[in-house]
Design a protein around this ligand. Structure first.
Ligand code: SAM
Length: 352
């Protein structure tokens, strides 16, 4: 029997896309081992580059229940996903979220999942850090663009820096490893990024700087926010010695070691670099829509097959079919003439 790229293996019921071990492999030979799940589109912040101030959120009935999210994630784990990230919206504002974390942690205990992680704005971390750690979460990403309380309020519109910093402290105290994600914003936090790096590394945290991506209509010009990371990196190199390291996560980040701090610094540059060859990930929204690429509109509905049958056959078939359509790469462009987003959906829909 053939194995490898998009091979069809025999099953008594239906053809099965993937390898003999059931792994999901796309037409370009990339095994899908990383699933990012947006558990809600709601957020308690309204970051200026992410959402418009008055967003309309999905009706609750459209959302997958926690049980459905668990089933969906578990099917992916059964098909070779080794890393699960819960995101949003803000994952920690989803009611009952710890029930999902607790239940997914069984895959960690069973050895079928290597990592369960969360990307959060930190606002609820003081409350949940201990529970996350107790359920086997080892690392989390916390988004923080500035440590200036006024700027923080201006960027997030609704957030309070105190709460996030208290959340970070609680997470560190609970033994969680933290990576800070900071979006580089022209004229807003660009002068502060070196300080942010020094602070993060001083607290034993990694930090990644992200270039603004043209996702969703946010009611303001993208070009005003756009700061190329080549510039950020050149400026950081004036203060720090940036040493190339061979650390890869399969994602868009490229890492360096900062000699002076010993800490790791990542750059995510979707607009200026291509990172698609090594893409091992897919994303599911809180309504069960599977996006095979963050930068493309093509998607597959998994909610209907999930709800149509208590068995997982239909769902697995829909996943296989979708993975067979995973595109080779994406093409983000900030349209300089029209300043329109390259994609209509906001980041809170697919998760960061
Ligand atoms: N609420 C969680 C958080 O704050 O991390 C998870 C969801 S949030 C959408 C995930 C990440 O996406 C955050 O680090 C956020 O800063 C980033 N993000 C949102 N919109 C973005 C955009 N247009 N360009 C680049 N990063 C963006």
């Amino acid at each position: 029997m053939t194995s490898g790229v998009a091979a069809l293996t025999q099953s008594p019921d239906r053809p099965r896309l993937g390898r003999e071990d059931g792994a999901l492999v796309d037409p370009f030979g990339r095994a899908i081992t990383y699933l990012r799940v947006s558990v809600t589109d709601r957020c308690d912040f309204r970051c200026v580059y992410c959402m418009a101030e008055n967003m309309t959120f999905l009706p609750k009935a459209d959302l997958l229940s926690l049980e459905e999210l668990d089933r969906l994630c578990s099917v992916f784990v059964g098909r070779g996903v080794r890393k699960l990230r819960l995101t949003g919206g803000e994952p920690l504002v989803r009611r009952g979220i710890m029930t999902l974390v607790a239940s997914l942690s069984r895959h960690l205990a069973a050895g079928s999942l290597d990592e369960l992680t969360v990307t959060t704005n930190g606002s609820q971390l003081a409350r949940y850090a201990g529970e996350l750690a107790a359920h086997g979460v080892k690392r989390i990403n916390v988004s923080l663009d500035t440590r200036d309380p006024d700027k923080f309020r201006a960027i997030t519109r609704w957030g309070e820096l105190d709460k996030v910093e208290a959340g970070i402290e609680a997470a560190l105290a609970a033994g969680l490893k933290i990576k800070i994600n900071a979006v580089a914003l022209k004229g807003v936090n660009e002068d502060e990024l070196a300080e942010l790096v020094a602070w993060a590394h001083g607290r034993g945290m990694d930090i990644t700087i992200i270039e603004v991506m043209p996702l969703g209509d946010i009611g303001a010009g993208r070009l005003e926010q756009y700061l190329p990371l080549s510039l950020v990196r050149a400026r950081l190199a004036q203060r720090f010695t940036l040493e190339e390291i061979d650390y890869r996560t399969g994602g868009p980040a490229r890492y360096v070691r900062v000699k002076e701090t010993g800490g790791r610094l990542g750059f995510i540059t979707p607009l200026t670099h291509n990172f698609c060859e090594s893409c091992n990930r897919v994303r599911v929204t809180c309504t069960g829509t599977l996006y095979m690429c963050l930068g493309q509109e093509d998607a597959a509905d998994l909610r209907a097959p999930l709800r149509r049958s208590a068995a997982n056959d239909l769902l697995e078939a829909a996943i296989e079919e979708a993975i067979s359509r995973k595109p080779k790469g994406h093409d983000f462009i900030i349209d300089r003439r029209h300043q329109r987003p390259a994609l209509a959906r906001h980041m809170n829909v697919t998760g960061g």
